[in-house]
Design a binder for this molecule. Structure first.
Ligand code: NAP
Length: 285
């Protein structure tokens, strides 16, 4: 069996076109959707991420502001910037790029963002809203994974068994909640799980979000399973790769996401979707 690819670039393009249309419609009513991105320090990977996020915003017709600060910025100064953006009516979404320098408490900063502008979906209020099924913002990476499932006709997952590998607050846990909300039967696995393959072999859907190469290999899959690879790692040649042994798994899976070109572009796309949603809510649309 050779799996069909779920192309994150193509799906992103389609969704970004929809965001651009919504942005234009809102602009016509007098509101330009705006995202503020804060970067503290000079982490090279973070610099690339924020550049890509700002560019994606501009390409879709959203207003974006990039605030860059030296690593010496104090926690109090950062909290004051977040508060100012909370009160800025031209900004509908606030993203503080993580990781922050060690002297700043990530959690304190994320909790300072207004839940109405928490377009990364990391605030406790957003996590809680997802848990109880209320309106909030969904964490972008798992939200993108759900859109990928929808794109292959898997919106209602009734009768499906999904296995999530990883339980982080930004990927694994919200992923599990979104799958549950879509009616899947969900198993969450992690570093304390005995016999991971025992679980994955029963799965109709496997989402790997670990950060280690070859966590999922072909012998761990049920034939025809859908494989979503969130991982971002480097192989021995320094090239970007996921958590999944792609070459092996594509011979057994029904669908599979590539790395690069899979979940990565979807994460940025869902940030635009969330920012658009925040702007529409603020405008009462
Ligand atoms: P994280 O916070 O380090 O969490 C990793 C999870 O994997 C933990 O829950 C850990 O278990 C679990 N784990 C570790 N070894 C395992 C094993 N052998 N078997 C099963 N579970 C194991 O990482 P994260 O932030 O969720 O990110 C995961 C990966 O996704 C990383 O490669 C990251 O770069 C990538 N990522 C990609 C995107 C994107 O846009 N494509 C976005 C976010 C993250 P414990 O909880 O027991 O420690």
């Amino acid at each position: 069996m050779t799996a069909q690819l779920i192309d994150g670039n193509a799906l992103s393009q389609q969704l970004r076109t929809e965001v651009a249309a919504r942005a234009a419609a809102l602009k016509a009513q007098g509101t330009t959707a705006g995202l503020a991105v804060i970067l503290v320090g000079d982490n090279p990977a973070s610099q690339v991420y924020v550049r890509n996020k700002v560019k994606a915003c501009n390409d879709a017709g959203l207003h974006s502001v990039l605030e860059k600060y030296d690593a010496s910025l104090t926690e109090a100064e950062l909290l004051a910037r977040v508060e100012a953006l909370n009160n800025d009516p031209s900004i509908h979404g606030i993203l503080v790029q993580l990781p922050l320098p060690k002297h700043i408490d990530d959690h304190k900063v994320i909790e300072a963002i207004s839940p109405l502008k928490d377009v990364d979906g990391f605030h406790v209020a957003s996590a809680g809203a997802l848990m109880v099924g209320e309106v909030g913002f969904k964490a972008c990476t798992p939200y993108g994974c759900m859109k990928m499932l929808e794109s292959i006709g898997m919106k209602d997952l009734r009768g499906k068994h999904a296995v999530v590998i990883g339980r982080s607050n930004i990927v694994g846990k919200p992923m599990a909640m979104m799958l549950l909300a879509a009616n899947a039967t969900v198993t969450v696995t992690h570093s304390g799980t005995a016999d991971l393959a025992h679980h994955t072999r029963q799965a109709d859907i496997v989402v790997a979000a670990v950060g280690k190469r070859n966590v999922l290999t072909a012998d761990m899959l049920k034939p025809g399973a859908v494989v979503i690879d969130v991982g971002m790692n480097r192989n021995d040649e320094g090239k970007l790769c996921g958590d999944v042994d792609f070459d092996g798994c594509k011979e057994v899976a029904g669908y599979i996401t590539p790395v690069p070109g899979g979940v990565g572009p979807m994460t940025i796309t869902m940030l635009l979707v969330n920012t658009m949603e925040a702007a529409e809510r603020a405008a009462g649309v």
